[in-house]
Design a protein around this ligand. Structure first.
Ligand code: ADP
Ligand code: TRP
Length: 329
C-alpha cells in the first residue's frame, strides 16, 4: 500500500506528537511504501516569517529523520521541491465546487482563532488534494481534524474522474483510534496552542523543570496515591512495558514516595527513551549536508512519479506544451 503523509513544519515537536503520530508513521514504513513530505507551502498560510519558515523546515526534517524516518525505506522530501503539485493544485481548482471548501471546518476554525482569511487558507484543501492525488496514494494516516480534508480530496478526484476517466486513485483516510490523547502538564490535551507541552528534544535542565510543573493532587507523601487520575502516571505509562507499569502502580499504592519522586522518575524515563534519537539529532545537526542529500534524493524520486502523472493530467484537460507541439497534442 502507498501511504502518504504531509507534515507541517511548525517548530518544536512534543511527546504528544511523537506518541500520537510520529511513532505510527515510523512503524508504517516497515510494511508499506511510505511517502512523507514537509508541507512548507501549506505552512505559508499561517507562517509569514521567511527565516522562521526556513529554520522550521530544516528542523522538522532533522527531527523526523532522527525519530526514525528511514530514507532507505521511504521517500522523504520537501513539498516545494516538486513543483508539479502547484500545477495540479491549479487544475484541480477548476474541478472544486466552492461549496465544498465553504463547508471546511478547518478553515472556519482557523479564522475563528484569528488567522487572516487569505485565499491560500481557503484553498488549502485543494493543495492537499494535489499532494495526495499526484502520487496515487492509497492511505492517508491523519488526526481527526484532517478527515474532512481527505473526504474533500475524494470528492475532487471523483469530479475529475467523472469527466476524464479513472485518472486518480481514491484515497482512504486512516485514523488510529487506539492512540490515546496524550495529556499535557496541566492535564488537558498536550498541544502547542495550549502551551502545556513537553518537547522531545529539550535540554535536560529544562526538561526537569517542565516535568516538575506537571499538575498533581495534594495527597501527602506518606499516603497511597491515585495513579488512575495522575498526569505523571499517564505520561510515564507511555515509556513502560507491562511489568514496569505494574511496578509503578505498586509504588503509587505503597505511600512511601511523593509526587516529586515520581516526577523525577518520569523525567529519567523521557530522557533515556529519547537518548538514541537525541544522538542521531546531534549527528544530523552537524551534518546538514547529509540531510540535504536525503531531501534531494527524495525529491528526485517524488518528482519522477509526479512528472508521469502530470503528463496524463495535462493530456486529459488539454494543456499545451511546446515540447510536444500542437501536432502531438
Ligand atoms: P498541536 O496540537 O501541538 O498543534 P498538531 O495539531 O500539529 O499538534 O498535531 C500533529 C500530529 O500530532 C497530529 O497527527 C495529531 O493528531 C498528533 N497529536 C498532537 N497532539 C497530540 C496529543 N496530545 N495526543 C495524541 N496525538 C497528538
Ligand atoms: N494538513 C495537514 C496537517 O495540517 C498537512 C498536510 C498537507 C497533509 N498535505 C497533506 C497531510 C497531505 C496528509 C496528506 O497536518
Amino acid at each position: 500500500m502507498r501511504v502518504l503523509s504531509g507534515i507541517q513544519p511548525s517548530g518544536e515537536l512534543h511527546i504528544g506528537n511523537y506518541f500520537g503520530a510520529i511513532k505510527q508513521m515510523v512503524k508504517l514504513q516497515e510494511n508499506n511504501e511510505l511517502f512523507a513530505f514537509i508541507a512548507n507551502y501549506h505552512a505559508l498560510t499561517s507562517l509569514k516569517d521567511a527565516e522562521a519558515l526556513k529554520k522550521n523546515t530544516l528542523n522538522t526534517a532533522i527531527t523526523y529523520l532522527s525519530l526514525g524516518i528511514d530514507p532507505n525505506k521511504s521517500v522523504f522530501w520537501v513539498q516545494s521541491d516538486v513543483k508539479e503539485v502547484l500545477e495540479l493544485y491549479w487544475i484541480l481548482s477548476s474541478y472544486t465546487p466552492m461549496g465544498l471548501l465553504e463547508r471546511a471546518h478547518s478553515y472556519k476554525d482557523k479564522v475563528a482563532k484569528g488567522i487572516h482569511p487569505y485565499h491560500g487558507l481557503f484553498s488549502y484543501p485543494v493543495l492537499m488534494a494535489a499532494d495526495i492525488l499526484l502520487f496515487d496514494t492509497d492511505i492517508v494516516p491523519v488526526g481527526k481534524d484532517q478527515i474532512q480534508h481527505v473526504e474533500i480530496t475524494r470528492d475532487i478526484a471523483l469530479k475529475f474522474n467523472n469527466e476524464h476517466g479513472e485518472v486518480f486513485k481514491l484515497p482512504q483516510y486512516k485514523v488510529d483510534e487506539e492512540v490515546a490523547v496524550i495529556p499535557g502538564i496541566d492535564g488537558a490535551k498536550m498541544s502547542k496552542s495550549y502551551k502545556n507541552t513537553i518537547e522531545i528534544f529539550m535540554e535536560e535542565k529544562a526538561l526537569t523543570k517542565r516535568v516538575k510543573k506537571i499538575v498533581t493532587d495534594s495527597t501527602p507523601l506518606e499516603e497511597p496515591k491515585d495513579y488512575e487520575n495522575c498526569n505523571v502516571f499517564a505520561l510515564s505509562k507511555l515509556f513502560l512495558d507491562k511489568e514496569g507499569i505494574e511496578d509503578l502502580k505498586r509504588r503509587y499504592k505503597s505511600g512511601k514516595e511523593g509526587y516529586g519522586h515520581f516526577k523525577l522518575y518520569l523525567k529519567d524515563l523521557i530522557w533515556e527513551y529519547f537518548k538514541p534519537y537525541r544522538e542521531k539529532r546531534e549527528y544530523y545537526l552537524k551534518h546538514i549536508d547529509e540531510v540535504e542529500d536525503i531531501l534531494r534524493e527524495g525529491a528526485k524520486k517524488a518528482r519522477e512519479i509526479a512528472k508521469e502523472k502530470m503528463e496524463i493530467v495535462r493530456e486529459k484537460v488539454g494543456i499545451y506544451s511546446s515540447e510536444k507541439g500542437f501536432k502531438n497534442a
